[in-house]
Write a protein that binds this ligand. Structure first.
Ligand SMILES: Cc1cc2nc3c(=O)[nH]c(=O)nc-3n(C[C@H](O)[C@H](O)[C@H](O)COP(=O)(O)OP(=O)(O)OC[C@H]3O[C@@H](n4cnc5c(N)ncnc54)[C@H](O)[C@@H]3O)c2cc1C
Length: 329
């Protein structure tokens, strides 16, 4: 008898897990239902940096557009968020009122951008202020491009000098902005590089015309009607029209927490990506963590990564991605 497989999250790991299941004859074994709270098919999130810089268009980065789901008899609830799992009756409950039964469940809810506490980040309504951006989704990227291309917006501050921050800085510069990166670490990409590598990277980034402020913490985003700058912990102020926050990510574990699943740094899985103490619930991608802690981005993804040098500031960092195909130029 066919089993009902439900996947929560239609990002890189969730969709790739389904591709792998289909490649192993899963179409004959499962009725597959996916929920994704982004309003799209599956796209290559890693390539958002190239979309921001204008090297790729939105359409170029789709891995599985909506027709792919139909062609593979997958029911995709696009733009629908799952709020809760009842692991005893084996149902998932979606925000649109849908209740979906499952025999096997994969949680692939990924991560979201972390916004560190800074005065001036939020409007009185509680929403993030106009002109303050995170860099995680296609919608984030589109909004940044639109804002950056407004003729009144000429300067950007990127908070966080990790890989994502440098890619954001490079992309914003490609949109014609004057960009400064504010990084709390002693050197850029301090999680991946030592001081010498960080110094080389800084020289390469500065040679591109991007200003770098290391050992600097942003305490406030300034301006009332519109963003006018940021203030740093040492009282310095940097003028800008927009702020992009790339100060780390947090796993999306809310659905697991409210459903009584084990969560530490992420959803806790064993070596088979099975959620601890659950026979029929699995978790893949950046929402999960093994019992052994790791800060490697790719380590917990549902498939094996490959790494290759990328075109980025300094060209000395590595991009990891999944699946076949040649390295990006
Ligand atoms: C610009 C950029 C560049 C990157 N570059 C690299 C790189 O070079 N190398 C590298 O290793 N990694 C890189 N990453 C990180 C990489 O993209 C992630 O590690 C990867 O996307 C994780 O896959 P995932 O499926 O776990 O999560 P995601 O791709 O984030 O997908 C999770 C999906 O689930 C959805 N979702 C969440 N909660 C729910 C819910 N309750 N119900 C329904 N849907 C839900 C989310 O909206 C999202 O669509 C980069 C990320 C960005 C943003």
């Amino acid at each position: 008898m066919r089993r009902r497989l439900v996947v929560i999250g239609n990002g890189m790991a969730g969709a790739r897990a389904v591709e792998e299941i289909l490649a192993r004859g899963g179409a004959g074994l499962f009725d597959i239902t996916m929920f994704g709270d982004e309003p799209y098919g599956n796209y290559n999130r890693i390539m958002l940096s190239h979309v921001l810089s204008g090297e790729e268009s939105d359409a170029d980065i789709f891995l599985n557009a909506l027709p792919w789901y139909q062609q593979n008899n997958i029911t995709l609830h696009v733009g629908v968020r799952v709020d809760r799992i009842d692991k005893f009756s084996k149902h998932v409950f979606a925000a649109d009122g849908r209740v979906e039964p499952y025999d096997d469940l994969i949680i692939a809810t990924g991560s979201r951008s972390h916004l560190p506490p800074m005065e001036g980040t939020y409007a009185p309504s509680g929403a993030v202020r106009h002109g303050v951006f995170t860099f995680r989704t296609l919608d984030d990227t589109r909004k940044m491009i639109q804002f950056a291309n407004n003729e009144h917006h000429g300067r950007a501050v990127v908070i966080g000098g990790g890989l994502l921050g440098l890619e954001a800085a490079h992309g914003l510069q490609a949109n014609g902005l004057d960009v400064a990166v504010v990084h709390s670490g002693r050197h850029l990409m301090n999680a991946q590089l030592g001081p010498d590598g960080g110094a080389i990277l800084r020289r390469s980034v500065e040679a591109l015309g991007i200003k770098v402020h290391t050992e600097s913490r942003t305490t406030a985003i300034l301006g009332t009607e519109r963003i006018t700058g940021v203030s740093l912990h040492d009282q310095r102020e940097l003028d800008c029209d927009m702020v992009v926050v790339t100060a780390g990510i947090r796993p999306n574990v809310d659905v697991a927490v409210v459903s009584g699943l084990p969560v530490e740094r992420g959803i806790v899985v064993d070596d088979h990506l099975r959620v601890m103490d659950e026979d029929h619930i699995f978790a893949v991608g950046s929402a999960c963590s093994t019992a052994v802690r790791s800060t490697d981005w790719w380590r917990h993804c549902g498939s094996r990564p490959r790494c290759w040098p990328i075109k980025s500031p300094g060209r000395i960092v590595h991009r990891c991605t999944w699946g076949p195909g040649p390295p990006p130029n």
